[in-house]
Design a protein around this ligand. Structure first.
Ligand code: SAM
Length: 379
């Protein structure tokens, strides 16, 4: 029997929902943008467990139809609305709703389970379907991309996703294209890729090719970078951004942007150098707590300690000459990972990394710039 015939609609199990709720709960009745609504699991939990109001976005029209028809969201219409669009354009999309300032923003990147599991969307190499892969169901499909892309571009896209046989796979696809035999569906593409690769015990040899095509078709990395820029434009001081990434390409963009905003360089050092006399006495004596997997005020307190701690251990000479005013503070020093219990219940959570920042309030900005001025005078 064809795998196409066995598809039944799936639900989506949201990742690290408790942590998302804890991070947004302090915002009271604030307005939170759920930039990746999906099946609304995070939005639902926020509506049930906090006083937040939610404006949600998803580029996939199916997700929007689902959310608007769902009785739970209809029942919460006073605190919830849902629009279709890309989060890279969120400022313009929200301006149309007369919304210009947000208290919180959630990104939960990637695909929802219903997208992945529906063969006609073409995301899965395990089910027969067209080579589509468009989250928004518009624009260039994977099939059209394969018909146009150069061999070199495809090689680069595959390498970016860590495909060891990038050149060989790209070449095989180009040979097939030259002979008018480009694969026309997901199973045919997966078979071509597997024929070029050494079998891995752990992951299917087609995994990285499908991921590379999906990322290219949806311009996912540009969307993430631009989505964060838009988030910064929309967020009020004191507001929070929470981002959940599922692979290192996504996470790297979030990590770098958050580090830059927090005044840290790529090594994690603070670019905003504090001198020893600026530190509370327990920090001078090395009495540091390290609970950076906790979320909440304790974590925020620890974060401040962590900044100075790293600072005094690894100060780069350039930092003396680069007074830098942090615009955000990291709410978590390291990304939060799903618990073993959550991973056991939802294996997709295994690779998830949650990062969170808070935009500094004006008072903190003033304090920070006073500290920077002091630091540069000292240097
Ligand atoms: C992992 S799912 C989100 C799941 C959701 N948090 C939940 O709990 O049900 C990601 C969703 O984001 C959407 N998406 C991905 N990239 C997007 C973008 N650039 N703009 C808007 N939505 C996007 C996808 O269509 C998908 O529905």
């Amino acid at each position: 029997m064809s795998k196409r015939a066995t598809h039944t609609p799936t639900t989506h199990t949201s990742v690290m929902t408790r942590e998302v709720v804890e991070l947004f709960a302090p915002l009271g009745e604030g307005l939170v943008l759920d930039a990746t609504f999906g099946r609304g699991g995070h939005a639902r939990a926020l509506l049930q467990q906090t006083s937040c109001r939610i404006v949600a976005l998803d580029c996939d029209p199916e997700a929007v139809v689902y959310g608007r028809q769902e009785p739970f969201f209809q029942a919460h219409a006073a605190r919830f609305r849902l629009e279709q669009g890309f989060f890279a354009q969120s400022a313009a999309l929200l301006a149309r709703q007369n919304l210009h300032s947000l208290d919180g923003i959630l990104f939960d990147y990637g695909l929802s389970s219903p997208q992945l599991d529906d063969p006609k969307r073409g995301f899965s190499f395990q089910r027969q379907g067209p080579l589509d892969m468009r989250m928004a169901q518009s624009g260039t499909s994977a099939q059209e991309l394969l018909e146009r892309i150069s061999e070199e571009e495809l090689t680069q896209a595959l390498r970016l996703c860590g495909e060891r046989h990038a050149r060989r796979i790209a070449h095989a696809l180009f040979e097939a294209r030259a002979q008018g035999k480009l694969p026309q569906d997901t199973l045919a593409l997966a078979a071509l890729v597997r024929a070029q690769s050494v079998r891995h015990a752990r992951i299917d040899a087609a995994t990285k090719t499908f991921m590379a095509l999906r990322i290219a078709v949806n311009d996912e990395l540009t969307q993430i970078a631009q989505g964060l820029e838009q988030a910064d434009r929309l967020l009020r001081t004191g507001g929070r951004i929470v981002a959940i990434a599922f692979h290192s390409l996504e996470d790297r963009i979030v990590k770098r942007q958050f580090s830059t905003w927090a005044g840290r360089d790529a090594t994690g050092c603070s670019r905003h150098r504090a001198s020893l006399q600026d530190l509370p006495s327990n920090e001078k004596s090395g009495n540091h707590e390290s609970g950076d997997q906790k979320i909440g005020d304790q974590e925020i307190g620890d974060q401040k300690i962590g900044d100075h701690e790293i600072d005094n251990q690894r100060t780069h000479p350039l930092h003396h000459r680069t007074p830098f005013r942090p615009l955000y503070r990291l709410l978590l020093r390291r990304p939060h990972r799903a618990s073993a219990l959550e991973v056991a219940a939802n294996p997709r959570a295994r690779s998830a990394r949650l990062r969170a920042v808070e935009k500094l309030a004006r008072a903190n900005l003033a304090e920070s710039s006073a500290l920077s001025a002091k630091t540069s005078r000292a240097a």
